[in-house]
Design a protein around this ligand. Structure first.
Ligand code: SF4
Length: 384
C-alpha cells in the first residue's frame, strides 16, 4: 500500500529488534532518497513482473506492456534483466522440485501485528506446498552480504505468512531464502514452524515489554542502518567510552595483540561513525543551519573543457590530427556486462575471462567467509 509505512517495518527489524528505542529516535529524521534505493525499487518491479509472467499470475500481454514501461525508466540498466532472471530462476528451481505445482504468491502484504503492533510489510515471494512454506527476499544491493540465518526480517515475514495461510493446512517447515544476485549471494535457512513460532513469541514479548518501558538504546553494529546514527548519544558514548583506558598502569607499556585486535574493531566502528557525522554536518550547513566549529568552503576544482566539439575542431584546424587527439580504449568487464548482460558476455568471451585469487584481505572474525589457509598464502607469495 503506497504511502503507508509500518512503524515497526520488518526490513528494519535488525535495528528495532535490538535497539527498541530506535523507532522513537528516528522519528522526524527524513528519509534520504538515494539513486541506489530507486534502482532497487525498479529492479523489484521487474522481478515481480517476471514472476507473474512465468507463473501465469497476470496475462502475458499485461506483463509485457508493464515490463516495457519499466524498461523505459531512465534508471533501467540491461544488467537488471540478468539479475532478475537469476531471482526468478531460483524460485522456479524450488517450485520444480515439488511433485506438483505449488501455490505461488508474489508481492504479498503480510501483517505481523500479532507479534509486534504496527508491524507489517510486503514479502517478495511466497511458495506454499503441503506443509512447506518458502519465503523469498530479493536483495538488489551489493554493499552488505545479507545472511538468511537468524534474519529477523525473514522470520517475521514467515510468521506473517503462517498466520495468513495456515487456514489451508498446517505449515510444518519453513525455508527462508535470500537472493542477492549482484554479489552471488544465494542462501537459505530452514526452521520447523513450531520453533519459529516460539521465537516470534519470545521476540514479540521482549520488544513489546521494552517499548512499553520507553525503549532501550542498545548500540552495536546495527546502528549503521539507523537514521539516528549521527545524533544518537548512546552510540557516541559507546564509541567514545574511556573505560578501556582504565587501569592502564596494570597493563604493559605496549599493547598486546589481543588489545590491538579489539582496538581495530572499535576503530572501524569509529570510522563509520565519523563518516556519518560528516554527512550530517555537511547537510545541515548546506541547508544554511549553523553547526558550531564548522563551515563550508569552496573545494578544489578541476579544469574542464566547456565545449568539447568546438575545442577539438580548433585543435584539428591547427593541424593536430584526430589520431593525436583521440585514444581508443577497450571497455572493461563491468562496462561490457552492462552492454551485453553477464550471461551473453560469458557465452561470447567466457573463455577469455580469468579470475585470479584475491589478495588476502583483513576482515573481522565475524565475517562469514572462510579464512585463508597458510598454505594458500605461502603459494601466493612464493614468487615474491
Ligand atoms: S544509533 Fe544505534 S543505539 Fe542509537 S537509536 Fe539508532 S540503533 Fe539505537
Amino acid at each position: 500500500m503506497p504511502g503507508i509505512h509500518a512503524r515497526y517495518s520488518p526490513s528494519h527489524a535488525a535495528v528495532w529488534g535490538t535497539c527498541t528505542a530506535s523507532v522513537r529516535a528516528e522519528e522526524n529524521i527524513p528519509e534520504t532518497d538515494s539513486e541506489y534505493a530507486a534502482e532497487g525499487t525498479l529492479a523489484h518491479a521487474i522481478a515481480e513482473l517476471k514472476l507473474c509472467s512465468r507463473f501465469g499470475l497476470l496475462p502475458a500481454d499485461v506483463c509485457k506492456s508493464r515490463l516495457d514501461m519499466l524498461r523505459a525508466d531512465p534508471l533501467y540498466q540491461k544488467e537488471m534483466e540478468e539479475y532478475t532472471d537469476i531471482y526468478a530462476d531460483e524460485i522456479m528451481k524450488v517450485c520444480c522440485a515439488f511433485p506438483e505445482k505449488p501455490y505461488v504468491i508474489v508481492e504479498k502484504r503480510l501483517d505481523m501485528g500479532h507479534i509486534v503492533p504496527d508491524c507489517f510489510g510486503t514479502a517478495d515471494c511466497i511458495v506454499l506446498y503441503g506443509t512447506i512454506l518458502h519465503i523469498f527476499d530479493f536483495k538488489y544491493g551489493k554493499g552488505v552480504s545479507v545472511s538468511a540465518e537468524n534474519n529477523p526480517q525473514l522470520r517475521l515475514y514467515a510468521l506473517g505468512a503462517i498466520g495468513e495461510y495456515s487456514v489451508f493446512g498446517k505449515i510444518k517447515t519453513v525455508f527462508m531464502n535470500i537472493i542477492q544476485p549482484r554479489i552471488d549471494n544465494i542462501c537459505s535457512a530452514c526452521m520447523p514452524a513450531e520453533e519459529l513460532t516460539a521465537w516470534g513469541d519470545k521476540f514479540g514479548r521482549r520488544v513489546k515489554a521494552s517499548i512499553a518501558a520507553g525503549g532501550e538504546f542498545v548500540p552495536g553494529e546495527h546502528c549503521r542502518f539507523c537514521k539516528a546514527k549521527a545524533k544518537c548519544r548512546a552510540r557516541a558514548e559507546m564509541l567514545l567510552s574511556a573505560e578501556e583506558q582504565k587501569a592502564r598502569e596494570d597493563r604493559g607499556e605496549m599493547l598486546t595483540d589481543e588489545e590491538i585486535g579489539e582496538v581495530l574493531l572499535r576503530a572501524q566502528l569509529l570510522a563509520g561513525w565519523v563518516k556519518g557525522l560528516e554527512e550530517y554536518v555537511y547537510d545541515k550547513l548546506l541547508r544554511g543551519e549553523p553547526v558550531p566549529h564548522w563551515k563550508l568552503v569552496e573545494g578544489r576544482s578541476v579544469r574542464a573543457i566547456s565545449d568539447i566539439n568546438g575545442a577539438f575542431a580548433a585543435l584539428e584546424a591547427a593541424g593536430y590530427g584526430s589520431e593525436l587527439l583521440y585514444e581508443r580504449k577497450p571497455l572493461g568487464l563491468t562496462a561490457l556486462e552492462k552492454l551485453c548482460g553477464r550471461k551473453k558476455l560469458t557465452e561470447l568471451i567466457g573463455n577469455y575471462i580469468t579470475k585470479p585469487s584475491g589478495k588476502p584481505t583483513l576482515v573481522p572474525e565475524s565475517d562469514k567467509r572462510k579464512a585463508f589457509s597458510q598454505t594458500r598464502i605461502a603459494e601466493m607469495f612464493k614468487d615474491n
